[in-house]
Design a protein around this ligand. Sequence first.
Ligand SMILES: [Zn+2]
Length: 444
Amino acid sequence: MNLIFFSIKTKGIHNFARRLVTVFTRFGFTEIPTRRALRTVVDTLQAYQASPTFFIPAVILERHLALLAEIAGYGAEIGIHGYVHNDYRTLSAREQYLQTEKAINVFRKTNIPFLGFRNPYLGWTEESVEVFSQLGFTYDSNDAILHDVVDLSEFSLLLQSGFQKSLKLFQAVPCGYYVLRPYFSGKLLRIPISIPDDEMLFDRLRITNVQVGGVWSGIMRCIYDLGGLYTLNLHPERVTLCKSALQTLLATSREQALPVWVTSLKDVAAWWKERNQFRWRIVSQSSDRWLVEAKCTSRATLVARNVVVEGSTTIPWFKDDVQVEADTFTVRSIHCPFIGVSPQSPQEIDDFLYEQGYPFVRCSSDDAQRYAYYLDMPEGLGMTREERLARKSKLVHLIETLDAPLVYFGCWPDGRRAALSITGDIDSVTIQDFFLRISEVLSR
Ligand SMILES: [Zn+2]
């Protein structure tokens, strides 16, 4: 299927015609408008001691290497967005492998470092995850999380249908505690991305700049409450339109009671790998005293809930939880501030609890009453992707809202409550690139 048919199918004929008009207003025949847009994002984030992550198809990188090297030189991270801008869902596993390898080879020749992959149209498949693992990527950024922040009934049926087409295309899941966290699939880290993005709001629903800032800020507040990661996708072609919306979002991230980590995806990936090694140990000292030891780096956020902490200073953290400063401390509590796990629960439950930062001990049901919570999941986390997602989400929600004594590792380093990554897909740099995409996708 060529790009025109694909675009008409996903955007609708009306939106496609509109898109053609906007291409000429947002891109130039030279690199100047895109350079300005990329610099705007880099400069805006500098005020937050942060850098953006841009993804670009290899053929576009090759065509505009000096520009991308310049942007990377300003501290932006560059990731791979396919060899050409095509949908991997139309490719076999072998074709996905060969095209990804081809993209890697182009990137290697340019000496621009890369760690991550984002699929055009977020069109990943189970085979893609395997391919990215085999080819040594550190992470992918494709799992779309939908935030219910727009009342669709306020829009015309035509606009609603355009929005619905995007939703279908992005295979999004509803937002919650668990889905807003990165997770490992083998060695590959999967970093979620939140929607609606700039295209859905500006081009599909035609919301104005001020409203977009409000929508993104609403998403930020929700993600802050859930302690997750907000990965925003802001295409450089809409940066001029979205400039004040971006500033509103960043200001909202700074207004929260606890700090929000504004950072690039490569730093999220490095942190999640570091955090994945953290472990808890506990020793009972008497009927209501527990010696707790966290094996972790100095960046870890140690949190305690519903207990009296001795041997360390604590500072207020999210809601009634406190952040504990020492990595060894004593807890006064009748119940052990750990999760008890039944002997029948499979090993994958341990792995899952480790990754989520929750402390646990294996124990029989006779001892269940001693613990903050007793987990008995002989059926494990499930077989299908949907089943696993549902059970993991339910479990993390349960633990996060547990009203019982508990210690745990916060998701983000140095006491931060949530994280925000500003990313953008550079699908085209110039008008020529936009039209060359049609032949590139056809001749791949
Ligand atoms: Zn793209």
